[in-house]
Design a binder for this molecule. Sequence first.
Ligand code: C2O
Ligand code: CU
Length: 514
Amino acid sequence: MKLVKFKDPLPIPPVLKPKWKLGDYTYYEVIMKETKQSLHSDLPNTTIWGYDGIYPGPTIEVESGERVFVQWKNELPDKHLFPIDHTVHGAEKEKPDVRTVVHLHGGRTEPASDGYPDAWFTHGFAEKGPFFEKEIYEYGNQQNARTLWYHDHAIGLTRLNIYAGLAGFYLIKDRHERSLNLPSGPFDVPLLLQDRTLHDDGSLSYPNQPENNSSGIIPSIITSFFGDMIVVNGKVWPFFEVEPRKYRFRLLNGANARFFRLTLDSGQLFFQIGTDSGFLERPIGISSLLLAPAERLDLIIDFSNMDGKSVILNNDARTHFPIGEPANPETTGVVMEFRVTKPLSSIDTSMIPAYLRQINWLQANSGQKQRYLELSEEKDQFGRSLFLLDKKMWDDPITENPRHSSIERWNFINTDGDDHPIHIHLVQFQILERRPFDVNYYKKTKQLRYTGPGIHSEISERGWKDTVRCPPGHVTSIIIPFFPFTGQYVWHCHMLEHEDYEMMRPYQILPPNE
Ligand code: C2O
Ligand code: CU
């Protein structure tokens, strides 16, 4: 299907209003509902699942340190929008098809409110998973300004629930951020980048089996979903009318598996100011930005003196990153259009500050525990591909058990051909290096033979992160302080088809010096 690009204006998700607010105590309710929404004006409306009945969900804006309580309610129908592969772990036939649980991605959240995949619940909390602890989640927001997002995390269904529309922004603000005089208010715009495939009747299309299905299982999970159109904030290839001034954009890759490498066709630079977990030390001017699933980028684009011009945001990341097909310049190679057609409403006094914040750089030392964790492709009992972390399944006993207040180094040894974006719940970390190694030698001997020196992270990654790209043939090393909670969390690949099919592991933070 050919859809006209830049036909619909970019929607901006509304900011959610609390049910009540008392001192530093705020209470929200969010109801997950099935509704219809227009994804492109030339198509009939699309049935989606939305938090508060909209896709993307409403943006939750909180102040650093604010105590926030949210009751996430499931009022979805009993029938799923997409075919469910019951051979996938956690999605067995005996379980209800429609199960949800909400994770605040990048949040420093207590275990009972973190959205553990087995803490799912159904409509009206009628049925609950074995790890369900409470109906009202608490978020302490003990973090400085940053862009988080909330999304579904139900075991065996995450790829389908997020694809149906269950994702939204969660912004933590603080005084320091306000003192920086960045573009704000209507000039601070969240952009959720995703890909989708739509049927002619407007409905969302998700394959019920891989292209070459030799397993004979239908429906069967696929190894990664790639849509043929780009959707921003729930609209297919939208346009956004801007004033000739600076804008701040918070980019989030909320796609199931697609990477984006973004450029502006005007050739101008992005001024990146932040990563997944808050500000960089200094802004950087950069012409191309890579964004894996779940990564965020905080940036400023300056449209001053560009009255009347239009600027297209393009994507040239390969589909199956980094080894697949080049992006199609007619379809997935295009993201959206900015039109500098609005008159300047007031003088632009916002800034791109020369200095943003101090970052405490962590140093590797011999006192830190190191873990070496392989990312590998395997075959399941039906001959289908699946990906594992350290060759272990979701149900295997916990092996990652750092102590509270300790600093560990985790080294992801990627023997597969995909770049896997690895996310660890609760914590933020820094990237130490990526070092190429001899994959075949490793597979034979389990010994690391490096084939070159360690490579520094990209300049766009030099800040705190919660998701890290682990390119093939490299050992990606990160350094992680574990705090402020003890208890059970998860770490996983954020390509959702991988996550749903065993590329996820529980981990446990143990009390200090026990
Ligand atoms: Cu964005 Cu475990 O998730
Ligand atoms: Cu993966």
